[in-house]
Design a protein around this ligand. Structure first.
Ligand SMILES: Nc1nc2c(ncn2[C@@H]2O[C@H](COP(=O)(O)OP(=O)(O)O)[C@@H](O)[C@H]2O)c(=O)[nH]1
Ligand SMILES: [Mg+2]
Length: 438
C-alpha cells in the first residue's frame, strides 16, 4: 500500500531545523543553541495549505447566492483533520527533523550513519541553511561564515554515502548482472531499494542520463553520475534560507540566489513565526499564521475596534521587537516564509490532494440527502489525502481502502472512472470508492 508522503528537514546543527519544524507544527521539539540537541529524529505533523475542493465554482450547487456569502459547499466544509478557512485548507503532512549531519557524516562522523539511515524514509528534503553566516560548518557560533558552501556539501554527503555503499559491492554486482542478464533498472533497484527507492525512480534517473554503455562497462565516472542523478530524483530538495531576520543575511542570500534556481529557494525566519504564534496564543496580537498581518491592541483601536479586539497591552520591549520584526521580515518578504517552505517541498514532490467522498452527489461522508434528519446541512469533503504526482485512481483506492476489492470508482457528476487514469489537481481529484465485486 502506498504510504503517506514524508518530508525531512536536514541541515547542519543549529541551522534551525527544530525551530522550522516547530514553526510548522504545534509541538515543541527541543530547541537549543548547541549541536545535537535533537538526538532522535523528531516526527511531527505540519500543515500544508492548499486550495480546497469546496471553493471550486465549477462544482454543482456551488454558486453563491450573493457575492458576500461564501459558496454553500465552502460553508459546509468541515475537515476531519486540519481546517478549511475561506476555501484554503490545511492538510496534515508528516515531517521529520533529522539531526546530526556534519561534514564527514558518510564516514560516520557526528551522528552520520544514524542520520543517513533516517533519510531513507524521506520523499523530499527541506535543507535548512543558516543564511546569517553565524554558524560554522559544524554548527558552532561564528561570524561571516559563507553558507553557500553548506548547500553543495549536503548533497555531496548523501552522494558519498550512496556511492560508497554501491562501490563496495560493484564487482559482485556486475558479475551477477551479466550472469542473470538483468536490466540496469533491476540491478540498481536491488541496491537502491534500501533508500526507499522504487523501480520507477531508478528508471527515471537512467532515462535522464541516456547512457550509451551497458552497466557492466560503466567506469567510475559514469557510476558517480548515476548516483548523482539518483540522489536528485529520490531526494528532491528545497533550500530554506533561514534566519533572514539577521542583519548579515542579505549579502549571503544575494550570493546564493545567483547560484541556484529560484524554484528551489525559499527565504524564511522560523524564529519569527514561533514568536508571533506565541504572542497570538497569549492574546497580545492578532496574527494569521503564515501571513503578513499582525495587529496589536493599538492597531485595532486605531482601526475603530474600541476594545482593541480584547488584546492585552504590550510593554515597550515587545512593541519594539514586533516593529523590528515587521521591518526586517514581514514588510520585506510578505511573511515569515515558513508555510512557503512546506508548500515548495510539496511542489517539488508533486503532491496532489485527493478528496475521497462517500456520496458523489452531495460530497458528504454519509448516504442520502444534503441535510440530516434534523434539517442540518451535512458537512462536505471531510477527508483529503496527499498522493504523489502520477498516482492512478487504483493507487489512491489502495491507499484509502487497502486490500478491499474494488467495485467501481466515480467522480463528479457520478461519472465512472477507469482505475488506470492518473489523478491531478482539478482532474479526478474528487472520487467516490465503491467496495465489492463489480
Ligand atoms: N535569528 C534567528 N535565529 C534562529 C532562527 N531559527 C532558529 N534560530 C536559532 O538558531 C539556534 C538553533 O536552532 P535549532 O532550531 O535548535 O537548530 P537545529 O540544531 O538545526 O535543530 C537557536 O538558538 C535558535 O533560536 C531564525 O529564524 N532567526
Ligand atoms: Mg534540532
Amino acid at each position: 500500500m502506498p504510504r503517506d508522503p514524508l518530508i525531512a528537514l536536514v541541515g547542519k546543527p543549529s541551522s534551525g531545523k527544530s525551530s522550522t519544524l516547530n514553526s510548522l507544527t504545534d509541538t515543541t521539539a527541543k530547541v537549543g543553541n548547541f549541536p545535537f540537541t535533537t538526538i532522535d529524529p523528531n516526527r511531527a505533523v505540519g500543515y500544508l495549505h492548499i486550495p480546497c475542493a469546496c471553493s471550486r465554482s465549477t462544482l454543482p450547487h456551488n454558486t453563491p447566492p450573493s457575492h458576500t456569502d461564501p459558496p454553500p459547499l465552502q460553508r459546509r466544509c468541515k475537515p476531519n483533520h486540519g481546517v478549511c478557512q475561506s476555501g484554503t485548507r490545511s492538510v496534515p503532512i508528516e515531517l521529520l527533523d533529522v539531526a546530526g549531519l556534519v561534514p564527514g557524516a558518510h564516514e560516520g562522523k557526528g551522528l552520520g550513519n544514524k542520520f543517513l539511515d533516517d533519510l531513507r524514509h524521506a520523499d523530499a528534503l527541506i535543507h535548512v541553511v543558516d543564511v546569517s553566516g553565524t554558524t560554522d560548518a559544524e554548527g558552532k557560533a561564528t561570524r561571516g561564515y559563507d553558507p553557500s558552501v553548506d548547500i553543495a556539501w549536503l548533497k555531496s554527503e548523501i552522494v558519498s554515502w550512496v556511492l560508497g555503499n554501491l562501490m563496495q559491492k560493484w564487482g559482485g554486482l556486475k558479475r551477477r548482472h551479466t550472469a542473470i542478464k538483468a536490466t540496469a533498472v533491476e540491478t540498481l533497484q536491488g541496491q537502491f531499494s534500501g533508500y526507499g527507492s522504487t523501480a520507477a525512480v531508478v528508471a527515471r534517473t537512467l532515462d535522464k542520463l541516456a547512457l550509451k554503455q551497458p552497466l557492466q562497462d560503466w567506469d567510475n565516472d559514469t557510476i558517480a553520475r548515476v548516483v548523482h542523478g539518483f540522489v536528485d530524483e529520490k531526494f528532491p530538495t528545497v533550500i530554506a534560507l533561514n534566519k533572514i531576520d539577521h542583519a548579515d543575511a542579505d549579502k549571503n542570500v544575494a550570493k546564493i540566489a545567483k547560484q541556484h534556481s529560484p524554484e528551489r529557494l525559499v527565504l524564511c525566519s522560523a524564529i519569527s513565526e514561533i514568536f508571533l504564534r506565541r504572542l497570538a496564543k497569549q492574546n497580545y496580537i492578532r496574527y494569521t499564521p503564515g501571513s503578513e498581518f499582525v495587529d496589536t491592541r493599538e492597531d485595532l483601536i486605531e482601526n475603530g475596534e474600541e476594545d482593541g479586539g480584547g488584546l492585552r497591552e504590550l510593554d515597550e520591549k515587545l512593541k519594539s521587537r514586533i516593529s523590528n520584526l515587521k521591518d526586517m521580515v514581514l514588510y520585506r518578504f510578505g511573511s515569515t516564509g515558513v508555510n512557503q517552505v512546506l508548500s515548495r517541498a510539496a511542489d517539488v514532490l508533486g503532491l496532489v490532494p485527493v478528496f475521497p467522498v462517500r456520496n458523489i452527489s452531495t460530497f458528504g461522508s454519509g448516504g442520502g440527502a444534503d441535510k440530516d434528519s434534523t434539517g442540518h446541512e451535512k458537512a462536505v469533503f471531510r477527508d483529503c489525502v496527499l498522493v504523489k504526482k502520477g498516482s492512478t485512481v487504483a493507487d489512491v483506492y489502495r491507499k484509502i481502502m487497502g486490500d478491499a476489492p474494488m467495485a467501481f470508482v466515480e467522480t463528479v457528476g457520478g461519472v465512472r472512472v477507469s482505475e488506470e487514469e492518473v489523478v491531478a489537481v482539478g482532474k479526478l481529484d474528487i472520487l467516490s470508492f465503491k467496495v465489492g465485486r463489480a
